[in-house]
Design a protein around this ligand. Sequence first.
Ligand code: PRP
Ligand code: MG
Length: 212
Amino acid sequence: MTKIRIAIQKSGRLNEESIEILKDCGISIDNGRDQLKASSRNFPMEVFYLRNGDIPQYLRDGVVDIAIIGENVLIEKGEDISIAEKLGFSKCKVSLAVPKAVKYDSVKDFQGKRIATSYPNTVKNYLADKGVSADIHIINGSVEIAPNIGLADAICDIVSSGSTLFKNNLKEVEVMLKSEAVLAVSPKITEERKGILEKLQFRIQSVLRARQ
Ligand code: PRP
Ligand code: MG
C-alpha cells in the first residue's frame, strides 16, 4: 500500500508539536524519536525524523513527500518549495540584534559590520534590499555568544521568548521576518500521494479550526 512520507524535526522546538498535531488528526505513530523512521497504524503514513536544515533538500529530491517545518527554514533554504498549510504553532521572528550598549539608528548601521548567523541568505537578501552590505559569518548554533567573544558586531537568529538575547546582553533592532510551522510539499509528489495529502489536509484544517 502506498504511504505518504512526512519529515518532521528530529529534536528541537518543532518536534513535540509536530507529533501532537498528527495525534490530534487521529494519526497514531508507533515509536518515536529513538527510531529515525516510524509508521502509522491507522493512516497511510511513514514518518522520518530529520534535522531541520536538511529537510528542504529531502523535499526537493522527493525523498520525502511532505514536511512539518519552520517557514523560516524554507525562506532560508527552500524558496522553491511550496507551502500547503500554515500550522499556527512554533511562532517566532528572525531578527537582527546588537549588544545592548551599542547605539542603534537604522539598518544602515550594519554597513561593513560582521554579522554572525545561521541564516546567511535571509540576512543578505534583507540587507541588499536596503542597500547595505555586511560581512556574514555562518555559525550553526549558539549564535548569540558571537558578539561577546569578539567574533561579530551583531547577530541574526530566531527570537521566540527573547530570553536568549536578554541573557547575552543583546537587543533586537530589526525584525526581518515572522515565521511559524508550516506543512511543506515536495515538487516531486506523485498524484497518488497527493490524494493522501488531501485527506491529511482535511483533518489538519478541522484540527486548526477546533484550536481557534
Ligand atoms: C534557538 C535560536 C535562539 C533561541 C531563541 O536556539 O537559535 O538562540 O532559540 O529562543 P528564545 O527567544 O526563546 O530564547 P536553540 O536553543 O533552539 O538552539 P541552537 O541555537 O543551538 O540551535
Ligand atoms: Mg540558539
